[in-house]
Each structure stands twice: as structure tokens, then as C-alpha cells.
Design a protein around this ligand. Structure first.
Ligand code: SAM
Ligand code: SF4
Length: 335
């Protein structure tokens, strides 16, 4: 019988406990959001991508090291074939408290029920605009009606919580923040606004020119809503406010204006098996090599993960004025 050492914890050299892993199950996507990808992208060849079995084994290693929360992301996680099987396998790991997904919503009309049945209780759905034309311009290939149908399908499938994520760009969608809060609030959903991060070279816009800060969004919302600060901490970058008028919450993810590195509790696994110790730095180890050199040996994986704690950097230094320091795009990162 397999026993789990529930007392083990991953602690980095700055004393931060790592109990949250984001796993990118594919770098591919049916959308080409302008802040995430260039129009013309080259994706990884299949042999370089971790198999579903490898992903399940690495997830097990993390959970045995005290990780309590796993987020499955991408690229678009729901375009990976048989992802529901993987979700079921991860969801069953003893000790895991929360399994979540971040999705663009396009596949939810087809998959929402199966995902819920596989044990996923919470979903994050990305939605940057309620205007079909603007939605198309931001996602390049996305269809708003399909995402809204996906959102409805998710609500019908009975998830405990559905949260909306919106990346806000000045002079693109910044005028929609009030409508987005209204939309989410009227459906009982929370919403987080994300400042664009300089990951990868993009060809659509200048990131410095399109920067719209969380403080500006908050100011815009305050004209319409009463925002009450909450003490909720997720160990993550979000700061939350409750909206008195809707009873739901608004979060702000502010990598530029409010640095969140001191309380960082997470690491990321890329689709090709690189364990990234920080979103904004290149410190990483190659877990694909470990899992392929020692197939089935979870202990080897655990030792590699423990060792990686010594190179988790203190923080990112995102800078909008300079050329990107980080050349990987968000879809390759596991956002
Ligand atoms: N495809 C899924 C989705 O869009 O929800 C999951 C992967 S996507 C990379 C995860 C989140 O990262 C999305 O909410 C997306 O809006 C956000 N994102 C992508 N590129 C970003 C960037 N450069 N800066 C900030 N957020 C970004
Ligand atoms: Fe795809 Fe998500 Fe990136 Fe948009 S943000 S291109 S939906 S991975």
C-alpha cells in the first residue's frame, strides 16, 4: 500500500513554504490573445510534452511533498486530449485539498460536466470583454458566444466556485471594468483584474503604452461600487475587495504596482517539464529528464524537487520600459 508522508513540507531558502503548483498541460491553444502570444507561434513537438502518465506522476510527487493545491492550466488545458482522465487521477491524490483549472472557456460547453465529475470544484474562466468584436480583437480567434455558453455550462455543472479573470489593457478594454464587475456580480461570481506581464515578445502592442494599473481600475470601479477591503490572503498576488452592491469580490493581481514576491507559495511546471521556480525569472530544473531517466521512480522526482528549493529566487524584476527579460510566452509558462 502506498503511504504518504504528510509531515514533509517544501521550504525555500527564504523560509517560504511552497504548497501550490501550477501545471501547464499544453502550450497549445485555440485562441491567440494579444498579450499572451504572437500571431504566428511555433508550438512544441509532441515528444517534448510530458505524457499524461508523467504529469500524474509528477503531481503525485508534489502532493507527497506537502503540496495542497494544484492548478491545471496552459496554453488552453481543455484542448489537451484526455485531460479529463488526468484531472480524475490528480483529484484522487491523498492530501490534495484543491484541484482547479484556468481555462478560456471555449471547451466548457462540451466538458464542464465531465470536469466537475472528475473532482474539480473550482474554475477560473478568462473573459476580457463582453463586446463580441473587441473579444475577437483581443483573442484574435475567440468567439464570445462560445465562451458565454461555456460559462453557462459551468454554472449548470455545479462548481463550488467560478471566478472570472480579466487582463486589462489601456485603450483596449479598460472602459469595460464596471460592466465586467456587474456581469460577474449578477451571476454570483468573483472577478480578478490582472496587470499585463512582460512575458515573451509580442507583436500587437507596446506593453508600456497599454499598461493600466490596478489602482486606476479601482478608481474607475469606485465611481459605481463600494469596495470594502478584505483580509483574505491566498499566498498569492491577489488583493481582494468585497463589492457591497453585489456581495461578490473583486481581486487585483498587480505584478507591477504591488509586488507580491515576499509571500510567494508557488512554483510552475511547463508543458515540457521544466519546473520554473519563479514566473519572472529563468531559474528552473528539468523534471522531464528525471522522469524519463527513472521511469516510475517517484522518490527520484521528489529529491529533484526538494533540491530545486535552493534555487528559488527571491522575486521577479518585471520592467515595462526595457525589452522583455523573459522570452517565454505566458502560454509556455503555465499562467
Ligand atoms: N488558456 C487559459 C486561459 O486563458 O484562461 C489558461 C492559460 S492563460 C496563460 C492563464 C491566464 O494568464 C489567463 O487569465 C490570461 O488572461 C493570463 N495571461 C496571459 N498572458 C498574460 C500576460 N502577458 N500578462 C498577464 N496575464 C496574462
Ligand atoms: Fe490561449 Fe489563455 Fe494565452 Fe489566451 S491567455 S492565448 S486563451 S493560453
Amino acid at each position: 500500500m502506498h503511504t504518504t508522508n504528510t509531515t514533509e513540507k517544501l521550504i525555500d531558502t527564504f523560509g517560504r513554504r511552497i504548497n501550490y503548483v501550477r501545471i501547464s498541460v499544453t502550450d497549445r491553444c485555440d485562441f491567440r490573445c494579444v498579450y499572451c502570444m504572437a500571431e504566428d507561434m511555433t508550438f512544441l513537438p509532441r515528444a517534448k510534452i510530458l505524457t499524461l502518465e508523467e504529469l500524474a506522476q509528477i503531481s503525485r510527487a508534489f502532493v507527497e511533498l506537502g503540496v495542497e493545491k494544484i492548478r491545471v492550466t496552459g496554453g488552453e488545458p481543455l484542448v489537451r486530449r484526455n485531460v479529463v482522465k488526468l484531472l480524475g487521477d490528480i483529484g484522487k491524490l491523498p492530501g490534495l485539498r484543491e484541484l482547479t483549472i484556468t481555462t478560456n472557456g471555449s471547451q466548457l460547453p462540451r466538458l464542464a460536466k465531465q470536469i466537475r465529475a472528475a473532482g474539480v470544484k473550482r474554475l477560473n474562466i478568462s473573459l476580457d470583454s463582453l463586446d463580441p468584436e473587441l473579444f475577437r480583437r483581443i483573442t484574435r480567434t475567440g468567439e464570445l458566444s462560445q465562451v458565454l455558453n461555456g460559462l453557462d455550462a459551468a454554472r449548470e455543472a455545479g462548481f463550488d466556485k467560478i471566478k472570472i479573470n480579466a487582463v486589462i489593457l489601456k485603450n483596449r478594454n479598460h472602459h469595460e471594468v464596471v460592466d465586467l464587475v456587474q456581469f460577474a456580480g449578477s451571476r454570483g461570481m468573483d472577478i480578478s483584474f490582472i496587470e499585463e506581464m512582460p512575458l515573451g515578445v509580442i507583436d500587437d502592442h507596446n506593453r508600456e503604452e497599454s499598461y493600466y494599473s490596478s489602482d486606476e481600475i479601482r478608481r474607475d470601479l469606485a465611481r459605481k461600487f463600494t469596495l470594502v477591503p478584505t483580509t483574505e490572503v491566498t499566498g498569492g498576488p491577489s488583493r481582494y475587495f468585497s463589492v457591497a452592491e453585489t456581495g461578490t469580490k473583486v481581486g487585483f493581481i498587480s505584478p507591477h504596482s504591488h509586488n507580491f514576491c515576499d509571500t510567494c507559495n508557488r512554483v510552475r511546471l511547463t508543458a515540457e517539464g521544466r519546473l520554473l521556480l519563479c514566473l519572472g525569472q529563468e531559474h528552473s530544473i528539468d523534471l522531464r529528464q528525471v522522469v524519463r531517466t527513472h521511469p516510475g521512480d517517484t522518490e527520484k522526482l521528489k529529491q529533484a524537487i526538494r533540491d530545486s528549493m535552493s534555487i528559488k529566487p527571491h522575486g521577479h524584476d518585471f520592467n515595462l520600459q526595457e525589452k522583455p527579460l523573459i522570452f517565454r510566452h505566458m502560454n509556455a509558462t503555465g499562467g
